[in-house]
Design a protein around this ligand. Sequence first.
Ligand code: ADP
Ligand code: MG
Length: 237
Amino acid sequence: DQEVADYRKSLAIRVSGFDVPKPVKLFEDCGFSPVLMSAIKKQGYEKPTTIQCQALPIILSGRDIIGIAKTGSGKTAAFVLPMIVHIMDQPELEKEDGPIGVICAPTRELAHQIYLEAKKFSKHDGIRVAAVYGGMSKLDQLKELKAGSEIVVATPGRLIDMLKMKALTMTRATYLVLDEADRMFDLGFEPQIRSIVGQIRPDRQTLLFSATMPYKVERLAREILGDPIRVTVGEVG
Ligand code: ADP
Ligand code: MG
């Protein structure tokens, strides 16, 4: 309705897609558990950033999303918080199960930042996060993965290596995030991304975030997302 349209306009949010949920104003509007709410407050996050206001209700409703917003806009929490809700809704992992949530990022540094953020928000719920990128020996990584974790944060190359080594399976994975998709393409990871996506069940929820949307990224998004809602914040895109 007009009020929602005006509210989006005031925040410089543009959306496209069917049945777009309306943006929230507060974290309290998201239906988060008390445990997750206190983890959010502990981070000093008082209210959602602009991208979070629109992305959170979309992702929490189970829809696929293309999120386009510049660096520093708070995209990490936009996909990590609903991932925790998604995981808490699932039956517990069996020992041999692989992760429920898989996050791919272009570089070790970016993956590590996401890893830290995911840990902060998920540790109080007993959710385990595994880091699958350079910096740890492949053998140590393999051991960590064999012990089980609900979330895997990975660079595409290292994740492919681990899959080849049968260090994990993705049969339980139902929540896939491709973060900084444009940079992953710039770094030549398109084949690895396609291979990873091809190994995750098609009834997954897929989230793609990017600062820009070059044609190659747009084409991949069309192929691997189902009825996505596209959200753009600000002048990017
Ligand atoms: P992006 O991925 O869009 O570049 P980040 O997720 O890295 O942005 O977030 C940028 C900074 O903003 C981080 O320091 C993060 O902790 C902080 N941040 C994210 N969401 C909020 C919020 N709702 N309130 C306050 N700070 C936030
Ligand atoms: Mg980011």
